[in-house]
Design a binder for this molecule. Sequence first.
Ligand code: ADE
Length: 233
Amino acid sequence: MSFRATILTLFPEMFPGPLGHSLAGRALREAIWSLDCVNIRDFGQGRHRAVDDTPFGGGAGMVLRPDVLDAAIASVTDDRPLIALTPRGRPLTQARVKTLAAAPGVILLCGRYEGFDQRVLDARNAEEISIGDYVLAGGEIAALALLDATIRLLPGVMGAAESAEDESFSAPLLEYPHYTRPADWNGHTVPDILLSGNHESIAAWRRAGSETITKTRRPDLWAHHIASQPARP
Ligand code: ADE
């Protein structure tokens, strides 16, 4: 069964965008996943199809109206998870991406302006997800990132050449550095061990590289990794 992504957005022309290319684009053409967009504007109010209004309590920006959003959601809702992209959401993790790839699909709600009226998120039990601690101008790029991460895990999307096994966040360590030809690039050479043909030493060298890079760049991941190691007897 094909993975179905439905995007609720004021900017449907942003999709599939980059997901029409490369791995995800090929998978879209092969119907491994499908995409449909709902224009929130179609559910807007009055002659001007208004979708937003000023915040109760004052403050800057505009808030997407709950009645408009609810009508847009009602037009597509089924048993797929409903996710609102917002910088206030739980940070997206590879673990959540894996569970999404096992779902029948997703319904993604993209906001602009200051955000969504909270009541519709609560009433529809929407999961709020963030793709990082920075503020995008809208949820569309976050939706693209979430879908990119999910689609590559769908069965048949990655061949052996693009294996998802041996990479950052499957194990909770960052990846070791990679090198390819030429062995000497403007005097910058490749670590000798990689040319040695000794697979055991290469694996040990890569493991050590992963550990060093994780310790220095992501002490949070390193602490998590250490805590999850079985205690030594
Ligand atoms: N919308 C705006 N910023 C966002 C972020 N960091 N993650 C998800 N959605 C967003």
